[in-house]
Design a protein around this ligand. Structure first.
Ligand code: WT7
Length: 695
């Protein structure tokens, strides 16, 4: 069914017992041992509400978390504000499709509000003057700061504006904004009134935005005039307008659009504006009352939708709910980064992705830290930018993606060394496998060999970190996400779904729910069940391959499905293929990933032209450009193919199925290792494709 264990990009090269970078003892935690310990009831001495000080404490807490998830998470949740406490039996679930519908409940009966816990709670406890959001513009001279009390006021004003426009509890609100303070403010304002936000990354095209607004039935859109990214200006409002028109063509009306004027990029005068439908943020929101009552919601009330790509079909609207997501994003932020109130923490992710939801908007604020919101790119104006920001604000925890590290590593160590990084305590990595070279550079050069590296494995669907080190509690190994977080029970399965014990390689599944498990795919619970719980009944299937070593450490080897990960952005090959086929000259397309030195994976597209186009199935460079432009238009610039390979024929089985394995080998110039191709309908296709490489 799946292709198991495709090794990617330097992964799996590190053997257990390899040169230790710091001299901490490597504990042996094989999965079998974890299970055994779990069944022996131990008196719990510590709770996860406090900082964890030793590997022994981690083990004790871990056992508790999987033996008694209801009790463990209730204990952690008790430090937050609940308008009404959860019921005694607040946790139940079914992960087994054979037994009935899949569902997960955490803190059932409990009533709370995540915005209250992220803002009001800190203000009520006397921390209103603590800086909450620090804005660092694309231009290093632009900055802004809001305290917790000020952020709360901004959130309330926007919440009041949304209410005045008729937004009610349960309505979905689309947000298409760049990384300015108003983006997390918008998310929190929705949460405050029980509205469901659906943030669409600012790099997505009008088509993609339209599809998401239509699917979620978002009648209200919050957007921005535009943004500067390095030296390029992007007219977001023009893209948003096109998306609204596309929705109207499909019979769906977006009737209210709020536009923030980001005048350093695109001024109001240069921004298209439709009176009646459109409203200027600065003129309307500022005059709203700065207090707004909280809408208390049930723990399982939907908090947000975030669309993500799968191996087939349209992107899925992953739904997360309030209580479980709140508790898990808070717990992982606290323990993985060692957060303490007032710390200056910087996550470089965009709020358009799950990392920006859990580890910028929610988790850190639930912990009362100071969050940096960075509008720019890591290499502008120079490759020193990140380290200048670290020095300027004395950043303690820094969280970024391997792709950024690889590009900064290329620019040379001098940019890093020129800045004072002595404030850094913990470094994090997310989004894709981190290759050992980048890991070592991060550790040795950026962190001066002092800071532990948190290689966090998780997904949009998991809502929070699943497999990750905890700072200083056990030895990391470059390239391994190491051990499970509390409440997470990973399983390595073979192709038939048998659970493998000890050292093993297979696909990664999760055995029982954690509080921020996705609850459904919006409007398509069947797809949720089929996609995540169908392949291996009883388990959540991650779509990733994985190896567990002799120490019980997990090594993620990359996706085993038709999803590729480009610079930490998840892209469905089927989506790129359908964007290519939309071009009138393209008859068929097949897209695969290939190893890319900076992006992790690049997009490699095989294109079969329509009869009569090109010469013998080969087009010219102008046509290549048009095809790439088509993908940018349909999905977004980040999904543009790196390579177009003319394919008069594609390697297909006799039943017509494309053998992607063959295409991957040709893309990575490894055609001598094709393996068995005897089931191909026409094996000569392989040689002709190899001949056309680079044409
Ligand atoms: C996929 C999820 C996690 C938030 C950002 C991406 C890959 C993610 C790691 C890691 C190896 C990783 C997986 C996963 N991935 N983190 N530390 N090591 N692979 O979220 O867009 O939902 O993508 O990203 O393949 O399935 P996403």
């Amino acid at each position: 069914m799946q292709t198991v264990g495709r090794m990617k990009f330097g992964r799996g090269q590190c053997k257990a017992g390899q040169k230790a970078t710091r001299s901490i003892h490597i504990p042996r935690v094989s999965s079998t041992r974890i299970v055994k310990i779990a069944s022996a009831a131990t008196a719990v001495q510590v709770t996860a509400r406090e900082q964890i000080k030793s590997f022994e404490q981690y083990k004790e807490l871990y056992e508790w978390s999987i033996r008694d998830p209801a009790g463990f998470w209730a204990d952690f949740a008790s430090q937050f504000h609940w308008e009404k406490k959860w019921a005694e039996d607040h946790f139940d679930y079914n992960f087994d499709v054979r037994k009935g519908p899949v569902f997960v409940n955490f803190f059932k009966g409990g009533v709370t509000n995540i915005c209250y816990n992220a803002l009001d709670r800190h203000v009520a406890e006397g921390h209103g003057a603590t800086p909450c959001l620090l804005f660092e513009g694309n231009d290093p001279d632009r900055q802004k700061a809001l305290t917790y009390a000020e952020t709360l006021e901004e959130v309330c004003k926007l919440a009041n504006w949304l209410k005045a426009k008729g937004v009610k509890k349960g309505d979905t609100v689309a947000i298409y904004m760049p990384m300015i303070l108003e983006l997390p403010i918008a998310m929190l304002a929705c949460a405050r009134i029980g509205a469901v936000h659906s943030v669409v990354f600012g790099g997505f095209s009008a088509d993609s935005l339209a599809g998401r607004m239509e699917d979620a039935k978002s009648r209200v859109l919050l957007t921005c005039s535009g943004v500067m990214r390095a030296t390029k200006s992007i007219k977001l409002k023009s893209i948003a307008d096109k998306a609204v028109s596309l929705c109207a063509e499909q019979g769906f009306n977006v009737d209210t659009v709020l536009v923030y004027e980001n005048d350093n990029a695109i001024a109001a005068a240069d921004t298209p504006f439709t009176p009646g439908r459109d409203h200027w943020w600065q003129s309307e929101v500022a005059s709203m009352p700065s207090t707004c009552p909280v809408e208390w919601v049930d723990s399982e009330h939907p908090l947000f939708l975030l669309y993500t790509s799968g191996s087939t079909g349209k992107p899925k609207g992953v739904l997360h709910t309030t209580g479980g997501y709140m508790i898990y994003s808070a717990a992982t932020s606290k323990h993985v980064f060692g957060l303490q109130r007032g710390d200056v923490y910087w996550c470089t992710a965009d709020c358009g992705w799950i990392t920006g939801h859990s580890y910028l908007a929610y988790g850190p604020m639930l912990n009362g830290v100071t969050n940096i919101v960075f509008e720019g790119v890591p290499t502008h104006p120079t490759p020193a930018r990140c380290w200048e920001v670290v020095e300027k604000y004395k950043v303690k925890q820094f969280y970024t993606a391997p792709t950024a590290l690889r590009s900064l590593m290329r620019s040379g160590d001098e940019w890093v060394k020129a800045c004072d990084r002595s404030s850094l305590k913990v470094l994090g990595s997310v989004g894709e496998p981190i290759n050992p070279e980048a890991w070592r550079w991060y550790h040795e050069v950026v962190g001066d060999s002092r800071c532990p590296i948190m290689d966090t494995w998780w997904q949009t669907e998991t809502g929070g970190h699943m497999i990750t080190p905890l700072p200083g509690l056990w030895q990391e190994k470059p390239g391994s996400a190491t051990l499970p977080f509390f409440g997470v029970v990973p399983a390595v399965l073979d192709e038939k779904g048998n659970e493998l014990e000890g050292e093993a390689e297979g696909v990664l599944a999760l055995k029982q729910p954690w509080p921020s498990t996705l609850r459904t795919v919006y409007n398509d619970h069947k797809r949720y069940e089929e996609n995540y719980f169908g392949p291996f009944p009883g388990y959540y299937f991650s779509g990733d391959g994985c190896r567990r070593d002799a120490d019980g450490y997990y090594w993620i080897t990359g996706r085993v499905d038709d999803v590729i990960n480009v610079s930490g952005h998840r892209i469905g090959t089927a989506e790129v293929e359908s964007a290519l086929v939309a071009h009138p000259s393209c008859a068929e397309a097949a897209v695969v990933g290939y190893d890319h030195p900076i992006k992790g994976q690049g997009i490699y597209a095989y294109v079969t032209l329509m009869e009569g186009v090109g010469h013998d199935g080969v087009g010219d460079d102008a046509l290549k450009k048009q095809l790439v432009a088509g993908v940018r238009e349909t999905i977004g610039a980040f999904a543009a193919p790196d390579v177009i390979h003319w394919a008069p024929g594609l390697p297909k089985t006799r039943s017509g199925k494309i053998m992607r394995r063959v295409l991957r080998k040709i893309a990575s110039k490894e055609e001598e290792q094709l393996g068995d191709i005897s089931t191909l309908a026409d094996p000569s296709v392989v040689a002709s494709l190899v001949n056309l490489r680079g044409k």
